[in-house]
Design a protein around this ligand. Structure first.
Ligand SMILES: O=P(O)(O)OC[C@@H](O)[C@@H](O)c1c[nH]c2ccccc12
Length: 249
């Protein structure tokens, strides 16, 4: 299974991380606040050049160029996929754009070890993705470890069971992945089924994956506070316009 391969590669990479990381001078920007304060739809635009389900999505270009387009299009935050082997990402993308953007940056990777959280902080990220199906019953522990380092966790769930665990984890922002990471099947009704229980618990909800057109956001308006969109923006020949379309959907 691909998810298992991705996770083992992540474990392998951890062993080649340095013992310590330089401290970052970046003053954190809250992802949750950025979502809740967005004047129009809170769109988190994702830099993702390839994925296991789609292959190459966009030819590699300077990350600063595309992130600038995303910001001009009105996104309230950036998600940066840094996983190298399956998503063609790179951790250095975060420091490369950090000082040219004033929105929160979410580091998207497969976090399996606390040392990666030190790395994430050092890169200058504001928030970090934690995946419930990867961390299992260690999820709550990782949420706390991220918070301890001043990183805002975005805890990703895909099932009601994971959503229940998320409510006890201490995470304030929960992402509902419409894509099953094991089968790659995408279904926007995942958000409709899971969001109400999370919202009732007072959590900030982000719907992630599978939104292609503005009408997809419209169908999820009532359910989610924010919308995380990658492929549709990255495959567009006018990313700025594409983001705008989602922001004003
Ligand atoms: O490209 P999409 O369908 O708009 O999806 C973006 C994002 O949700 C997706 O990249 C994602 C969601 N959860 C993840 C976990 C790991 C890697 C990637 C992801």
């Amino acid at each position: 299974m691909i998810l298992d391969d991705i996770v083992s590669c992540s474990h392998r990479r951890v062993s080649s991380l340095p013992d310590s990381f330089p401290s970052s001078t970046h003053v954190p920007i809250s992802l949750r606040e950025a979502i809740l304060q967005a004047r129009n739809n809170a769109v988190i635009a994702e830099l993702k050049f390839a994925s296991p389900s789609r292959g190459i999505i966009r030819e590699k270009q300077q990350p600063a160029d595309i992130s600038e387009d995303m910001i001009l299009g009105g996104c309230c935050a950036l998600s940066i996929l840094t996983e190298p082997d399956f998503f063609h990402g790179c951790p250095d993308t975060i420091p490369a754009i950090r000082n040219s953007v004033n929105v929160p940056i979410l580091r998207k990777d497969f976090i399996v070890n606390e040392h990666q959280l030190d790395e994430t902080k050092s890169l200058g990220a504001d928030a970090v993705l934690l995946i419930s199906s990867v961390l299992g019953n260690e999820t709550g522990h990782f949420v706390k470890e991220a918070q301890k380092r001043g990183l805002e966790p975005l805890l990703e769930v895909h099932t009601r069971k994971e959503a229940k665990q998320a409510m006890d984890s201490g995470a304030e922002v929960v992402g509902i992945n419409n894509r099953d990471l094991r089968t790659f099947r995408t279904d926007l009704s995942t958000t409709k089924n899971i969001a109400p229980m999370l919202k009732d618990a007072g959590l900030t909800v982000v719907s992630a994956s599978g939104m292609v057109w503005p009408c997809d956001i419209r169908s999820l308006h009532r359910y989610a506070d924010g919308f995380l969109i990658g492929s549709s923006i990255m495959s567009s020949n006018n990313p700025r316009k594409r983001v705008e379309g989602f922001v004003y959907a």
